[in-house]
Design a protein around this ligand. Structure first.
Ligand code: ADP
Length: 515
């Protein structure tokens, strides 16, 4: 990074074509817990986006042709730099996004794994040999990178989602213009080219344009109007994703969309309830419910509903709320004061309509208490739409079939979880749930970089894994398979669910294209 002026608040620059570029205006990047200014960041414009697209387009031919071994070295070096800067990134995520240590650590580890895995992708096969009916002839189908990919990232999983947005396309020879969320322009944006430049990535391969609050549209206009931009790679809300997809359609650009969810977690009567309680608390409240894969509804089979809820309420009440920089904190602040007000309003409306508060139910300064609601009337927004806060709706089901029916009764389909003592029954039921991923005996936030993450229905389309980033069609229909004991991302939660030492059967099933 360039030299910084002598102020306590760091001023950043955009990264375009390998240079750090100032903007005419700066905007305040706020600490959501303290409400203080933690950095000043360029309020970039459409002209900055144009320069960034120019730089990415200029870098594309050279990067597409670069030998895999060179790319491999760069990705491995970048992984090492992230590992070296781990503490600093964890602290930044707390200050910029209110992220407590467990999720920040998860983000860093996942970013490192993603970079290390991508280091080998340059050696993946680039096509197929196809038989021809013409004698003595065969055909070749070769995959090529797309060109410039425009990445638009959110603030919630700021760092890991930014890496996911950049690493996958770049590993397959594309170049990127990244536009991070205005709520996390450093951890979801400007930090990446700093690391990639040190790792040796050439100028222009990744460019970052930032913008002030409410000023994303002109930058997106540039992405759509420029023919060099071949794909919009978006993670964010379903409303914004829908609007971008409509525009992508008009411009015949590809898009990959990872959108919102209303993720169910089913607990069947034969489940290990200690495990299920811990999994549900984690799924609902990890990162204050601000992850697209958080469980929004827990559906519990009737015979164990009362005892399960009693234990879950006790566990929820024990979660510590406060400063995300404090290692003891589990529940940090919501991203903005407006987010706290929105969650409070939606919970209050549900209560007024007859919902019962089993835990929490109130704001606590910049935080919102982890909250469980029962008997939420079907017409309430919280009954079927994500609040993006630490609010879990509890519902009982008379049978496993009814539980599945409740789980399916949403317009979303990102992630689901199902906890049972009978894996075979779990797999059979899981295959009936429409979601991009269904975790059997694990919770909904579980994720690993090599899995083809993405949603069905209003949760988006496309997958974050390798096939998206090259020309020529590819099939994405095969499930990642059964991985005993593998999908255990809640290991980062304090008092881990598998602290009991037992290995559980856990599997992830990609809902798309399953027979
Ligand atoms: P949230 O409301 O949770 O921030 P959004 O979907 O609005 O969710 O934000 C996700 C990303 O989409 C952010 O980077 C944001 O700046 C960007 N975004 C929001 N509105 C637009 C828009 N009109 N065009 C392009 N990007 C947008």
């Amino acid at each position: 990074m360039p030299e910084q002026p002598e102020t306590s608040v760091r001023e950043y620059q955009q990264h375009i074509g390998g240079s750090w570029v100032s903007a005419d205006r700066l905007f305040d990047d706020l600490d959501p817990y303290r409400g203080t200014v933690m950095a000043r960041v360029p309020a970039g414009t459409r002209a900055d986006a144009a320069a960034a697209v120019d730089a990415a387009a200029a870098a594309f031919p050279g990067w597409a042709a670069a030998p895999p071994a060179e790319k491999q070295d760069m990705f491995l070096r970048a992984a090492d730099i992230v590992a070296r800067r781990r503490e600093e990134i964890v602290a930044l995520l707390a200050t910029e996004t209110g992220c407590a240590g467990a999720f920040a650590g998860f983000q860093v580890i996942t970013a490192i794994r993603l970079l290390r895995q991508a280091a080998n992708w340059g050696y993946l096969p680039v096509g197929e040999i196809i038989r021809s009916d013409m004698p003595g002839t065969f055909a070749m189908a070769l995959r090529k990178p797309l060109g410039v990919v425009a990445g638009i990232t959110p603030w919630n999983g700021a760092h890991v989602l930014a890496w996911r947005t950049v690493v996958n396309p770049v590993a397959f020879g594309n170049t990127v213009v990244l536009k991070p969320s205005e709520e996390a322009p450093v951890s979801a944006g400007l930090l990446l080219p700093e690391i990639m430049a040190e790792a040796g990535f050439p100028a222009g391969v990744v460019n970052v344009v930032t913008h002030a609050r409410g000023e994303a549209a002109p930058i997106a206009d540039e992405f759509f109007d420029r023919p060099e931009v071949r794909c919009i790679n978006f993670t964010g809300s379903s409303a914004t994703g829908r609007m971008l997809a409509e525009r992508a359609g008009r411009h015949l650009k590809r898009c990959v969309l990872e959108l919102g969810g209303y993720n169910p977690l089913i607990v069947l009567a034969d489940a290990d309830l200690d495990y299920a309680v811990e999994a549900a608390a984690f799924a609902a409240f990890f990162h204050q419910g601000q992850i697209c894969m958080n469980a929004r509804k827990v559906i519990v089979e009737q015979p164990v509903y009362a005892v399960f809820m009693e234990r879950l309420v006790a566990r929820t009440a024990a979660l510590s709320i406060g400063d995300p920089a404090d290692a003891r904190t589990v529940i940090g602040p919501l991203i903005t004061a407006a987010a706290v007000r929105r969650v409070a309003r939606e919970v209050d409306e549900a209560i007024e309509a007859g919902a019962k508060v089993l835990a929490g139910g109130r704001a606590d300064g910049p935080c919102y208490q982890p909250t469980i609601l029962a008997d939420v009337p079907a017409g309430e927004r919280i009954h079927s739409e994500e609040t993006f806060g630490p609010v879990l709706v509890a519902q009982s089901a008379g049978t496993p079939e009814e539980a599945v029916a409740i789980a399916k009764s949403t317009r979303y389909g990102l992630s689901a979880g199902l906890i049972t003592g009978d894996n075979q029954r779990g797999f059979a039921l899981a295959r009936r749930i429409d979601a991009g991923v269904v975790h059997v005996n694990d919770q909904t936030v579980a994720d690993e970089p090599q899995l083809p993450l993405g949603g069905v229905k209003d949760s988006g389309w496309g997958r974050s894994g390798p096939p998206q980033w090259q020309t020529s069609p590819s099939c994405n229909g095969s499930p990642p398979g059964t991985a005993p004991g593998a999908t255990r991302s809640n290991r980062h939660w304090p008092r881990s669910v598998h602290g009991d030492g037992r290995r559980r059967q856990a599997s992830t099933a990609c809902g798309v294209g399953l027979p």
